[in-house]
Design a protein around this ligand. Sequence first.
Ligand code: HXC
Length: 534
Amino acid sequence: RHNPSLHVVREAQEPRSRPTEPTMSVLRRRRRGLRDRITAGNDAAVDRQHRLGKRTARERLEQLLDKGSFVEIDMYRRSASRSNLPKRPYTDGVVAGSGTIDGRRVFVYAQDFTIFGGSLGEAHASKIHKVMDLALSTGSPMIGLNDSGGARIQEGVMALHGYGGIFRRQVEASGVIPQLSVIMGPCAGGAAYSPALADFTFMVRETAKMYLTGPDVVEAVSGEHVTHEELGGADVHGSRSGVATLVYDDEETCIEDVRYLVSLLPSNNLDRAPRERECGATGDERPALADLVPVEPTQPYDMRDVVAEIVDDGDFFELHEQWARNVICALARIDGEVVGVVGNQPVEFAGVLDRMASQKAARFVRFCDAFNVPLVTLVDVPGFLPGTEQEHAGIIRHGAQLLYAYCEATVPRIQVIVRKAYGGAYIVMDSRSIGTDLSLAWPTNEIAVMGAEGAVNVLHRRELAEAVDADSRRAKLVAEYAEEYMHPHYAAERGLVDDVIDPAQTRSAVATGLAMLRDKRKRMAPRKHGNIPL
Ligand code: HXC
């Protein structure tokens, strides 16, 4: 009898024609040619790259990814345009694909300056689009290594179209997968919007440059003479514009830190950052903490020393280290769990909040919230910075961004009032009123509308103007005010502070709080999106 399945089996067993040996040898040669060479570009271009202290795209990926983990995509891709370009090298100036970092999947692209100056044409862009789509659909971090002359001039509007596709995908992926942008060469014109849209932007000194219009255009338009470095070098963006999150002396340490940062991040917004084993933080007393912070509210100290005592191994990854230094933003672990630490920094402008510090902290809080990273806020803040410069530059708007960011954060939130917390800045630094889950204060805390001196000057202005001995009267009133309103238990008596703790127990209390809040779930009312005051 006829049996159809037997028929299928028999057919499959019949000998088939295979690719011929010449075909396979061409394939092998071609793959070797592309992969084993460090670039598809010419040797002179590679030498020049090395002379400049830069490495090729493949050399960079070699360091970034776990050994042997790279799976290249679109290796054979090249420009379809035969007329505009002198030649059509494979890869089209970008190496793209996927690999692992400490065993965890990431998607990557690395622009190859040795081919058309790493400029972005249609094929180049579509390779980047492809890996971005895969990163999003697999829920994996996306890392871009940028080294490019920008839009490929010969490909005109198709190059611009390619950039638009990158920006749109970055925005769609924002808050879904972490995006890291590493600048290791030029990144000019509209191309600079890609790092600007990323969560973290790394730059390497001397070789990395980022600006919308280069020095020549600046000079032509305004007559201002400025060098590449002065206009858009790593230090400028790391300390003045705030565009660069992290700045390095060389590529190697930069890539090392990219790997380290990835180890602190979840792969996507449904995931949690990789936990390490608990290390006994609960019950871990740190007597040094009491000595680190002077009781006198105006005496400076370095909040980073406090952070180091609270987090595991004293190890934290500070972001925007050189920009808006009056606030600290760092990722670290407490009892093995990754947390985002925000802290006022009394060594810089007395830890006052200004518009840049507000913006820096707001963006960090939003990142942590989007990626399920609990927030620990260390408060020692005299207030917002007064003055026309700040007011006219929009401190109200920027301060509101920080307020907004905290108010909408649904991750576990712990506030520690280390010393003073005055006025609006007290509210903004994750106070009970805007939704902190656990507020802890040291026994010397001063929480008030303003410092005692300022308060007395407002409340008793007339009396002091008429007093015979105004100074001694003022001192008496200040003491009375402090006694009445600024005593450390005032906020705790009213439930605004959950516990007043021994400074030495801060690490332990925060670790206990994090464990308590680990399963926190909070949903905001459904909406398309909020309207953060940008
Ligand atoms: C095509 C480019 C290119 C580009 C560089 N090359 N940029 N090819 N399109 N945009 C080529 C060069 O012709 C050269 O080719 C090789 O890359 C290396 O460039 P050099 O100039 O020799 O290198 P260097 O001296 O290091 O200078 C690098 C540079 C400079 C500063 C980036 O090349 C430059 O200014 N390029 C143009 C930058 C620019 O204006 N881009 C457009 C920006 S507007 P050969 O064959 O000689 O080796 C933009 C809009 C995006 O990007 C909008 C998105 C919304």
